[in-house]
Design a protein around this ligand. Structure first.
Ligand code: KG4
Ligand code: ZN
Length: 342
């Protein structure tokens, strides 16, 4: 049997079909980059309306590519109901409910953050649990103690911007197209990470696993434009300066993420770290995490590159819920905010 998983938490409309052994039969994704690029960030209402256009064709594509008969072959329909943009979440949940009724299937509600960590499970025979789970994305930067697939406790996270958001905002300052993360890391390759002295907020505070990236982003801004002028398009930075800013920012952001990951391993005594989310695609971060894990004698599992940014294949975590009988009621609502106590 198979699960159809649906993902519409932010600005990617995605659907995937996953077998019980967690193999991914299909994973269809429609990006909304062209909708949001001119606003240099996600516009929530436009995101919801774009999901509305794309959701049915994307589900159709996932079913067709998997070559399954949904009525005969589906065990359940899973959808990410939390956390995310309210309008975006509603489109996915409404679609999932309608299909459950039409095809007489049970509904499974997925937590998008947990799914990002579960991306590390795909392609592996051995369970990734117990582990420290770290989601580093455009919307979230959170650490969890994951005792099992269904037992998570929140360890700490950003108290302001997500790390990916900081990459994107510094990308805007450097005139990079949205989302700036991947372009910024390419630009950083030619730069000197020591060129600018930038803060590493909360990094030296061992009493907390919380992080902060807003001050780092603002520090870059002050270095570039001072406290006044805001129009980054007027900045005429030469290539060497842009590369140095990118490299110095990336180094500071990676230092904070790696430092807090190390503290999480030390404080929990866990010997496995699983990292997912869009920023986990950053090659400097992957390298530095590997170095740190080796020193801690811990196993590092970073989500496969194609499963770092938003996708529905990581909805494979729904199989864990089938196995524990954790089905959702049909009157379930979305849960846009992050539940820190979970
Ligand atoms: O996981 P994701 O697709 O969306 C959320 O759930 O937020 O993450 C998108 C974020 C963006 O901020 C993007 O700039 C960042 O991931 N990102 C990267 C890289 N690739 C994607 N940031 C740094 N380096 C990268 N290579
Ligand atoms: Zn995400």
């Amino acid at each position: 049997m198979h699960i159809l998983a649906i993902e519409t938490t932010c600005d990617e409309t995605a659907a995937a079909v996953i077998a019980e052994d967690r193999s991914v039969l299909s994973s269809a994704i429609a990006s909304q980059e062209e909708v949001h690029v001119r606003f240099q960030g996600v516009v929530p209402e436009l995101a919801a309306r774009s999901h509305l256009e794309k959701i049915t064709p994307i589900i159709g594509q996932a079913i067709e590519e998997a070559g399954i008969d949904p009525v005969a072959d589906l065990e359940a329909i899973a959808v990410a109901t939390e956390p995310g943009l309210p309008g975006s979440l509603m489109v996915g949940l409404a679609a999932a409910k309608a299909l459950c009724v039409a095809w007489r299937k049970p509904l499974i509600a997925i937590n998008h953050i947990q799914a990002h960590v579960y991306a590390c499970q795909l392609g592996r025979a051995k369970s990734i649990f117990p582990c420290a789970g770290f989601v580093v994305s455009g919307g979230h930067t959170n650490l969890y103690h994951c005792k099992s697939a269904n037992n998570w406790s929140y360890l700490g996270g950003t108290i302001d911007d997500a790390v990916g958001e900081a990459f994107d905002k510094v990308g805007v300052m450097l005139g990079l197209p949205y989302p700036g993360g991947p372009e910024l890391s390419r630009l950083a390759e030619a730069g000197d990470p020591k060129a600018y002295d930038l803060p590493r907020p909360l990094l030296s505070d061992k009493s907390t696993l919380n992080m902060s990236f807003s001050g780092l982003k603002t520090a870059v801004r002050y270095k570039l434009v001072g406290t006044g002028k805001q129009d980054f398009s007027q900045l005429e930075l030469d290539d060497a300066t842009r590369a140095n800013v990118a490299a110095s920012f990336q180094q500071a952001a990676v230092d904070v993420v790696v430092g807090k990951a190390m503290m999480a391993l030390e404080q929990t005594g866990l010997k496995r770290l699983c990292v997912g989310g869009g920023v986990a695609a950053n090659s400097m971060l992957r390298f530095r995490l590997q170095e740190m894990a080796a020193k801690q004698a811990a196993e590092l599992i970073v989500a496969p590159l194609e499963l770092c940014t938003d996708n529905a294949a990581m909805g494979a975590i729904a199989w864990e819920k089938v196995e524990s009988g954790d089905y959702a009621d049909m009157d379930i609502d979305i849960q846009p905010g992050l539940l820190r106590g979970e």
